[in-house]
Design a protein around this ligand. Structure first.
Ligand SMILES: C[S@@+](CC[C@H](N)C(=O)[O-])C[C@H]1O[C@@H](n2cnc3c(N)ncnc32)[C@H](O)[C@@H]1O
Length: 196
């Protein structure tokens, strides 16, 4: 899966990595920044998607589509498709460019809208990557967990670097009898939940 990343995909990933690094140092306003996951987190979520049970694969928080490219790699390897939700039109425009340049439009469906308004559309979920505004995590978690199939996976980003905001939600997930949950210290900290 990682050894043979098609060159249009690899080139777009590298371009987004450069833009993201630049954003973090040149004073770009927060809402305009890409705020992407690092590559090791990309590999981590791709491995989990590839190992997840049948059901839809979704992402909440597309930004420019960088994490979606990692998930698309896993979708290609397992003959699945990803639906990714993004609320900001500026980000939707860049993500469309990403998916076209990377040649993954057959693997990725981009939905422009607030996930919390669209969650009824998703059906049974095999895999979900949650990377939206941290204040929305608890509501997104509650929208997704009842829809996870048995063995279904939900991974939430920023469980360590935004620990102060997310701690109540993390504590609730760890105590939630519907899932087994653990924070993994990779990247910015990933909360991994598996539906029992
Ligand atoms: C941290 S960035 C996502 C980065 C992306 N996952 C990546 O690693 O390439 C968060 C994105 O989520 C979007 N967002 C926030 N709340 C959302 C919601 N409720 N529904 C859909 N998108 C949302 C923001 O506009 C922003 O572009």
């Amino acid at each position: 899966m990682f050894e043979h990343i098609p060159s249009p995909m690899l080139e777009r990933m590298q371009e987004l990595e450069r833009l993201d690094a630049q954003d973090r140092t040149d004073g770009t306003p927060r809402l305009d920044r890409l705020r992407q996951i690092p590559p090791e987190t990309g590999k981590f979520i791709a491995l989990w998607l590839a190992a997840s049970p049948p059901g839809s694969c979704i992402e909440i928080g597309t930004s420019a589509g960088y994490s979606a490219l990692w998930l698309a790699l896993a979708c290609r390897a397992t003959d699945r498709r990803l639906t990714t939700f993004e609320v900001l039109s500026t980000k939707v425009r860049i993500a469309r460019e990403t998916f076209s340049a990377a040649g993954v439009e057959d693997l990725v469906r981009l939905v422009h809208g607030d996930f919390l308004d669209r969650s009824a559309e998703i059906g049974p979920v095999g895999f979900c990557f949650l990377d939206a505004e941290k204040e929305a995590y608890a509501a997104c978690y509650e929208a997704v967990v009842p829809r996870l199939v048995p063995g279904g996976i939900l991974i939430a980003d920023n469980a360590i670097n935004h620990g102060e905001v997310l701690q109540p939600m993390i504590d609730a997930a760890v105590a939630d009898a519907r899932v087994d949950a653990l924070v993994v210290p990779i990247g910015k900290g990933e909360l991994v939940c598996r539906k029992v």
